[in-house]
Write a protein that binds this ligand. Sequence first.
Ligand SMILES: *[C@@H]1O[C@H](CO)[C@@H](O)[C@H](O)[C@H]1NC(C)=O
Ligand SMILES: *[C@@H]1O[C@H](CO)[C@@H](O)[C@H](O)[C@H]1NC(C)=O
Ligand SMILES: *[C@@H]1O[C@H](CO)[C@@H](O)[C@H](O)[C@H]1NC(C)=O
Ligand SMILES: *[C@@H]1O[C@H](CO)[C@@H](O)[C@H](O)[C@H]1NC(C)=O
Ligand SMILES: *[C@@H]1O[C@H](CO)[C@@H](O)[C@H](O)[C@H]1NC(C)=O
Ligand SMILES: *[C@@H]1O[C@H](CO)[C@@H](O)[C@H](O)[C@H]1NC(C)=O
Ligand SMILES: *[C@@H]1O[C@H](CO)[C@@H](O)[C@H](O)[C@H]1NC(C)=O
Ligand SMILES: *[C@@H]1O[C@H](CO)[C@@H](O)[C@H](O)[C@H]1NC(C)=O
Length: 811
Amino acid sequence: MSLLLFFCTFLFLLSKNTIANDIMVQKEHLSVGKTLVSSGQTFEFGFFSTNNTKNLYLGIWFKNITPITVVWVANRNHPLTDSAGVFTITDDGNIAVLNGSKIAIWSSKSSRSVGNPVVQLLESGNLVLKDDSASYLWQSFDYPTDTRLPGMKLGLDLKNGFSWYLTSWKNVNDPSLGDYSYGMDITGLPQFVILNASTKQFRSGVWNGVLYTGLVGFKLMDIFRNINDINADEVTSTFENKGNDSSVITRELLNERGKLQRFRWDKQTMKWIEMLVLPRDKCDAYNHCGINSICNIAISRTCECLQGFTAISPEQWSINNWTDGCVRKANLECASDIFVQIEGLKLPDMINFLVNQSMSLKECDSECRRNCSCTAYSNSDIREGGSGCILWFDDLFDVRKFSFVPLNQHLFLRLASSEGEPIFNNTKKKKKNSQVLMKVLVSVGSGVFFFCLVIFLIIWRTRRTDTVLNDGERRNDLDLPLFDLITIQSATNNFSHTNKVGEGGYGPVYKGKTSEGQEIAVKRLSKDSGQGSIEFKNEVILIAKLQHRNLVKLLGCCIQGEEKILVYEYMPNASLDYFIFDKKRSKLLDWDTRLSIVKCIAKGLLYLHQDSSLRIVHRDLKASNILLDWNMNPKISDFGMARLLGGEQTEAKTERLAGTYGYMSPEYAVDGHFSVKSDVFSFGVLVLETMSGKRNRGFYHDSHHHNLLGHAWILWNEGTPCELMEPGLEDSNFATSQKVLRCIQVGLLCVQTLPEDRPSMSAVVYMLSSENSLLLEPKEPGFFFERSLDDHTNSYPRNSENQVTNSLVAR
Ligand SMILES: *[C@@H]1O[C@H](CO)[C@@H](O)[C@H](O)[C@H]1NC(C)=O
Ligand SMILES: *[C@@H]1O[C@H](CO)[C@@H](O)[C@H](O)[C@H]1NC(C)=O
Ligand SMILES: *[C@@H]1O[C@H](CO)[C@@H](O)[C@H](O)[C@H]1NC(C)=O
Ligand SMILES: *[C@@H]1O[C@H](CO)[C@@H](O)[C@H](O)[C@H]1NC(C)=O
Ligand SMILES: *[C@@H]1O[C@H](CO)[C@@H](O)[C@H](O)[C@H]1NC(C)=O
Ligand SMILES: *[C@@H]1O[C@H](CO)[C@@H](O)[C@H](O)[C@H]1NC(C)=O
Ligand SMILES: *[C@@H]1O[C@H](CO)[C@@H](O)[C@H](O)[C@H]1NC(C)=O
Ligand SMILES: *[C@@H]1O[C@H](CO)[C@@H](O)[C@H](O)[C@H]1NC(C)=O
């Protein structure tokens, strides 16, 4: 019996052809179709071919990942064209690829001759050639192609004059040497650069003893730990998976378009998840704003001249062509020049420079003053209060500003004395004034924009056909209480003003008490719903069937003459906006409550989108439509309104019922396209508002003119998203901040510009509830520029509303 079992196992292994064999000795060879597999089954080594060609390449790939993900290629420029080729250890102890005529088309060219060489594919993905001695004779990790794995070095071996760098493939199907490379530049202080042939595309900014000044934005949730080794012998950087978790599979790729990406394999979805990409934004593009300027994603125009400088070509500059950069307003006078201090910069590139690591900042200052072509200086090392000196001469290249990162390094910029006082003196006041002016200009601009948007909407709405709300079931078998008007009138004290608790876009809401003592909320719908009573009743019955603990419960309705009234359960704790936007009341919502509120809203919305029979798009999700019960459980209200009020049939009505500025997705606001993904956008806004305690619209910040989404996006890019968190809540600690951070990231994913990039609500619920699930890197949000029109109402300004109606009547 046991013998049978043994053979069975043996046969099984044979048939799967996975006899783990990670070693090959001299005189053996590996022919096409045969592979070495690393001991833990992670990597496989052998010949592979790409999609378009019959070319064969020797390489290493992930064994259990499809489609094949190659991490290293030996003969990238010399493919094998016949399947009679082999991989072998040659007599002189090198490894080589021999073609059918036994001619080496690739070899390791190791110069040391050895005894008993063996080749081994390690579990790290490193292919090594070794003998009886301790060190490797050759290893693939020393000859990277386009991929870096944990443990691989990038940088320079100064002792042996050897450098490790990545080079891209020509295209996804051609591993031969492409145009792009990524490696360490030590012209001055060390920095990483991505080159296109020999043109800089991106640089990390110089190393200042603690970090690369342009890479401050690495995310807190980054799963990689970067290890920098900067000393007299070596300037290198490696990365490892946080916690050294060997079950986590990661890689860094310089792709064929010159982007550096970091990926993690997600075992659940069987997909590579992009965790980081460089360049990240336009300010990462090398010298994006031209010389002597500052690139800053936090300002609406992105580029500004350095203090004391002005655009070389003002007309080009005014149409956002930054090519020429900036020039001094006043010529330097040398002896009487002053230096202004600028904070938070990715320091200028090392073009014309001097570095002296043993100078103090004071010596640096006098050295720069002494030479008239010295334009700026800075400490070269920020550790222990700062030391060393960098001097820049002539024009300054590729400077970017971070608004929220406390970089403890200043640039001292030389200016003619006429260009004003050092920055910390009077200049602050001036800046304030110009900011106020800016603000006014932006307000005027956005007013015009708003107007145009309304016109747009009118045009689009009149042409649009809505398709999202499908018909669903139409059975009338539900017992929905029909209240009569008299009952409701007496419950609400005849719709008395004192009973009014709110005014939504669809009409006023009153608190009431039935004769049995039950508290109810009564929504008196605007009279012009444009739908017949029977249809309306059918709709109410359908909507009433939607039952979920995170939806406000519809108790009944009343249809009498012109009156259409909905009766809901009464929610004692008002709505979410009542708490989060109020200085005092917001303290009542601690982090646990906020996180739970966000999760519950997500579940309610998922129910509307997917799980209910009606598949409803809410279209007006916002903080004031989230009601809270005694236990602060949130319930979505006003769902199904578009259906109830016949929004589908009459465009004019849809117009008035459409969502709320600040919560509307770009495709909805501009094109009138709505879908579940426009609700997802509104949900994202709601999440960011709940985490920050700030309204999206009407958001104000000293250092930029964006709304809350823009603010969150800047903080995210600069690696400080926790700044968004409402300050001063009692249960703030590291564990909660990690949860909040996840929530903010989900929020940002939801407000991405393109609907197809936004997750579905089921993905959102999953991401919020499983704390170890992987999150994508969010892309730029939609509508993150500022508009300062007040927004506390639900509908459009009166005049334009009238215009809408009129224009429709006229048609
Ligand atoms: C290669 O071909 C397969 C199957 O035709 C396809 O799924 C895959 O996307 C292709 N890969 C590339 C890189 O073109
Ligand atoms: C092997 O390579 C040599 C040199 O490039 C070439 O002359 C020969 O034709 C190749 N043999 C085969 C079978 O491709
Ligand atoms: C790289 O250089 C080539 C040739 O000059 C150019 O066509 C290409 O657009 C450049 N790539 C990028 C990303 O700028
Ligand atoms: C991770 O593993 C590598 C190789 O085994 C080791 O050198 C390194 O010190 C480990 N790092 C941590 C943080 O444990
Ligand atoms: C941008 O400005 C430069 C220099 O003034 C000019 O040569 C170039 O044509 C301009 N580019 C565009 C797109 O106008
Ligand atoms: C660096 O500065 C120190 C102190 O001012 C000076 O003694 C030394 O000569 C300088 N080194 C170089 C290479 O200029
Ligand atoms: C100023 O520095 C530059 C760059 O190091 C050098 O070429 C030039 O000779 C210096 N000028 C003086 C007056 O020292
Ligand atoms: C600010 O200006 C005053 C004179 O207006 C001057 O005395 C002072 O030194 C300046 N402060 C700094 C930090 O330069």
